[in-house]
Design a protein around this ligand. Sequence first.
Ligand SMILES: Nc1ncnc2c1ncn2[C@@H]1O[C@H](COP(=O)(O)OP(=O)(O)OP(=O)(O)O)[C@@H](O)[C@H]1O
Length: 276
Amino acid sequence: MSTTIADKKTTGLLENGLFPSNEVMLDLRQLKKVYPTPKGDYVVLEDLNLQIKKEEFVTIIGHSGCGKTTMLSMIAGLNPISGGNISVLGRHIKGPGPDRGVIFQAPSLMPWMTSLQNVMLGVNQVFPDATKAQRNDIAKYYLQKVGLEDAFHKKASDLSQGMQQRVGIARAFAIKPKVLLLDEPFGMLDSLTRGELQDTLIDIWNKEKITAVMITHDVDEAIFLADRVVMMTSGPRAKIGDVLEIDFERPRTRKAVLEHDDYYKYRKHLIDFLEH
Ligand SMILES: Nc1ncnc2c1ncn2[C@@H]1O[C@H](COP(=O)(O)OP(=O)(O)OP(=O)(O)O)[C@@H](O)[C@H]1O
């Protein structure tokens, strides 16, 4: 009997359903989130278990309001955990830290500062012992990687939305985090700019291989970028509903992905999940 995509098991799992601990970067165990509301407690997430391996790129999809941002902000340490725990390389997180970089939908730059100054803000905090010249080099290196070599000294408020998000990407990579958390980073961009930024992101990621977790509403983006697409159930009490391994070689090109025999099977699998 032939194996369908739905039958495929995630590769590398032990018999207990977990990855070997030395391969795991991020571990969410029995995660729970409760928001108090005037009508009583609202349990957004419950019994949510997810392991993400070192150097893995995972995309998260799920219906609006299911709790994706809640989960990501908890991993970032910006939103308190109501139950269970989150660990990075085996250590429970207790708040935000430079081991986790975040890219939000709106890059929230300091509008009166230049691109370089915005990136330097993070670099200065994370590498206080480096010389000013070294810190400058790091910031410029990543700005150049995102295609902003001509815009080091442009004020953030003078940049287009796409360029601002490029600064956001440079800023996140420049602090050299262990985990990169992306919350719909291209959600506000037109589709052409979105495609360009996906290419920029994946180009840097191919070199740096930072473990990445990215929320997206775009099924094609989810497939193009990910090693695994994680599907969340609808809330309340959302958890991981299904995981789809994307077995395309890297580095990938959009053309090769779109022409691959499995592409539409992956797409159908994700859309079927979202429609039920
Ligand atoms: N601070 C809060 N207090 C109370 N309820 C909240 C709070 N933050 C979020 N919620 C609720 O928790 C649920 C999950 O919100 P969250 O933003 O995590 O979902 P999401 O899946 O990221 O949504 P979207 O895809 O629309 O961005 C929603 O019902 C939301 O209204």
